[in-house]
Design a protein around this ligand. Structure first.
Ligand code: SF4
Length: 380
């Protein structure tokens, strides 16, 4: 089963921390939509005969699109791909775009899951991040979606920002729990180069993040959510039973996916490719019926390292039998040997042929994965 990701590269305003590809000018919105429809047709054989189990409209801010735009994009997908009847179809929406009429339109278009960019329920945090919505809109977007019957909801929350006290972090989680949100994505604020946040911190205009505060809030968040019946099925993702994101899970399971729109990535099992992250050039190349992307053929070593990185972030962990089967028995043995120091440090445990990070180990997931990577060219 495959997935399709569509990148909508427009936002109302730039959040200070964001390094995704987007434009705050909507002047090219119609040209972009036409180009996207064309790209869909040109890439209709990318997934081969695989049926599509998930569609994800992300960005940017897909909720800026009109109902006819969303309907047109989805109908075009149905024309070109074999979409399963029970497909999970997610729309990322910002709370300020959510209203009862918008929700009815999204449902009519075929959206059956919403991912809401709430980030915090407190004005101090929202203003610090330069979000376009306020705390009332954050709550109303959830209540309105639930009233409209679009209750398969995920919300994003960010922790580790200087304005977010431990008390408020706890209240953010308590609010999500009390609103019976079935899925939460909790991200640590990161300071990415070239973002307004990075520049302002460098200029001394904004306070930098404190890693110890982030680590504490990460650990507390896990604890509170687990006590409230959520499983941490991936480091940043928490779900009530049966409510995992099927789309994101397919990335972690290395399934095929097609990415459409500027900056979108695609993976077909052997190669990874990414579209140009530039709206005018994306539109121009498609006006000539040309695709504009870069491509990389993955060596077995790259695929194994990707598997190490993604699987260690999941609750199920790194399956040594999978490495044995799909890669090389020697690699399996080497991995087990290299994991010994993390097991001794209680950052990892081995259970039924799986290497699984402990709660403490999750704090250092990226470093541990890097420590297990195969680096020697000869390994390729
Ligand atoms: S709305 Fe989302 S994509 Fe747009 S600037 Fe903010 S974080 Fe980035």
């Amino acid at each position: 089963m495959a997935g399709i990701y569509i990148h909508i590269p427009f936002c109302k305003q730039a959040c200070h921390y964001c390094n995704f590809h987007f434009s705050t000018s909507l002047a090219l919105k119609n040209d972009f939509t036409a180009a996207l429809l064309k790209e869909t047709g040109l890439r209709s054989d990318y997934l081969g005969k695989d049926s599509v189990g998930t569609i994800y409209l992300g960005g940017g801010t897909p909720s800026l699109l009109s109902e006819p735009d969303i309907t047109g994009i989805l109908q075009n997908l149905y024309r070109h791909f074999s979409i399963r009847k029970d497909a999970e179809i997610t729309l990322e929406a910002n709370p300020d775009d959510v209203s009862p009429p918008a929700l009815s339109g999204w449902k009519r278009a075929g959206i059956n899951r919403l991912s809401l960019g709430v980030q915090s329920f407190f004005p101090e945090d929202l203003q610090w991040m330069n979000r376009a919505h306020d705390e009332k809109q954050a709550i109303h977007s959830i209540l309105d979606a639930q009233s409209a019957g679009l209750d398969n909801i995920s919300i994003d929350l960010i922790y580790g920002l200087p304005t977010l006290t431990d008390k408020r972090w706890r209240e953010n989680i308590a609010k999500a729990v009390s609103l019976e949100i079935p899925h939460l994505s909790c991200y640590a604020l990161t300071v990415e180069p070239k973002t307004p946040l990075y520049k302002r911190i460098e200029q001394g205009k904004m306070q930098d993040i404190v890693p110890q505060d982030q680590a504490r809030q990460f650990m507390e968040g896990i604890q509170w959510l687990e006590e409230s019946g959520y499983e941490q099925y991936e480091i940043s993702n928490f779900a009530k039973p049966g409510k995992r994101s099927r789309h994101n899970s397919s990335y972690w399971l290395s399934e095929k996916y097609l990415g459409l729109g500027p900056s979108a990535h695609s993976f077909n099992g052997k190669t990874r490719q990414w579209n140009i992250a530039n709206n005018p050039r994306y539109i121009q190349s498609l006006s000539r019926n040309e695709l504009c992307f870069e491509i990389e053929t993955l060596k077995p070593r790259d695929r194994l390292n990707e598997y190490i990185m993604t699987s260690l972030r999941t609750m199920e962990g790194l399956d040594l039998q999978h490495v044995n089967r799909e890669f090389d028995p020697e690699k399996r043995d080497q991995l087990e040997k290299n994991a010994a120091k993390y097991i001794a440090a209680e950052d990892m445990k081995k259970e039924n042929e799986k290497l699984i990070l402990t709660r403490k180990g999750k704090l250092f997931a990226d470093g541990i994965a890097a420590g297990l990577f195969f680096l020697d060219e000869a390994d390729g």
